[in-house]
Design a protein around this ligand. Structure first.
Ligand code: NAD
Length: 285
């Protein structure tokens, strides 16, 4: 079956779905953005308006194309109509396994045979979902990073059932929408990025939480010794401290001690990262 991709439908118009839809439309594809009801679509319109402002100023070619991109995205709360002629569906619904499985069960029945399905899930494996798609050979993961116009990796990950031709076509598609494609040919929780980043951030927090070195000194060593622009605590301030706190507090004993340290010294003081003006560093709002 040929895999000509022109029409792309994005499921979920939240933080990532709205960015994926906008970036895809910006690169000339016909995009439909689906969400569950009119209230969600109203929020989507706001997100697309904000993205148009960002692209106008921050993205090459944005001054000419941002408004037309925003106006060209078709919004829909009707799943059947949204996927009726889709070549590719990119799914960015909330990170809840049962919700994803239920979404694919419906999608598998409604989408034509030709449609490729790609999940943007960050933490679930595509194998957890593949049997609900009705077409495991045309299903895989395509993982974008937040702020897709700037942090433009497109991690493409297959399951053992994914047709290699579909995999190659999605790698190509990722490049066509301005991503740097990262092919991952075996399933790996966390893809490449989080397989590296999560242990790195944990190691940094362990050094500070157990009193070995101050956060700023940990960062200093990393920057000077490796030439990297940011150390773990600078990165944590960008991510925000709530996510690592939630993850650590559900972890083992060491994780819980790190969580307690984060809570006492930062979270309880409202120091949640750049978004609140202060985290491990102060950003003078
Ligand atoms: P979000 O909560 O911002 O958005 C989810 C959207 O899905 C909402 O608009 C919601 O109305 C909609 N939705 C709910 N149920 C739905 C359904 N049944 N069908 C269609 N839409 C539905 O979530 P997000 O942060 O955009 O995350 C979405 C996916 O992207 C997750 O799988 C997440 O792991 C992944 N992801 C997120 C990030 C990030 O930084 N936020 C980065 C990479 C990948």
């Amino acid at each position: 079956m040929t895999s000509d991709i022109r029409k792309v439908t994005v499921l979920g118009t939240g933080v990532l779905g709205s960015q994926i839809a906008f970036q895809t439309a910006f690169h000339g594809f016909e995009v439909t953005a689906y969400d569950i009801d009119e209230a969600a679509l109203t929020a989507a319109r706001d997100r697309f308006a904000k993205l148009a402002e960002i692209y106008r100023t921050d993205v090459d070619g944005g001054a000419d194309k941002a408004d037309a991109t925003r106006d060209g995205i078709v919004l829909s709360a009707d799943l059947a109509a949204a996927v009726a002629d889709a070549d590719l569906v990119i799914e960015a619904v909330p990170e809840v396994l049962s919700l994803k499985q239920d979404t694919y069960r419906k999608l598998g029945e409604l989408a034509p045979e030709k449609t490729i399905f790609a999940t943007n899930s960050s933490t679930l494996l595509p194998s957890d979902i593949k049997d609900f798609t009705g077409r495991p050979d045309r299903f895989l993961a395509l993982h974008f990073a937040n702020q897709v116009w700037k942090f433009n990796t497109g991690e493409v990950m297959s399951t053992p059932d994914t047709d290699p031709a579909v995999f190659d076509r999605v790698v190509e598609f990722a490049a066509e929408v301005g991503m740097v494609p990262i092919p991952i040919r075996k399933e790996k929780a966390g893809y490449v990025l989080n397989s590296l980043l999560v242990p790195f951030l944990d190691a940094g927090m362990e050094l500070a939480a157990f009193g070995y070195a101050e956060p700023a000194d940990v960062d200093k060593v990393w920057r000077i010794a490796t030439g990297a622009p940011m150390g773990p605590f600078q990165i944590l301030d960008v991510i925000g401290l709530t996510t690592p706190y939630n993850i650590s507090s559900h972890g083992d004993e060491k994780g819980q001690q790190i969580a307690a340290w984060l809570k006492e010294n930062y979270i309880d003081k409202g120091k949640l990262g750049i978004a609140t003006g202060e985290g491990f560093y102060s950003y003078g709002k």
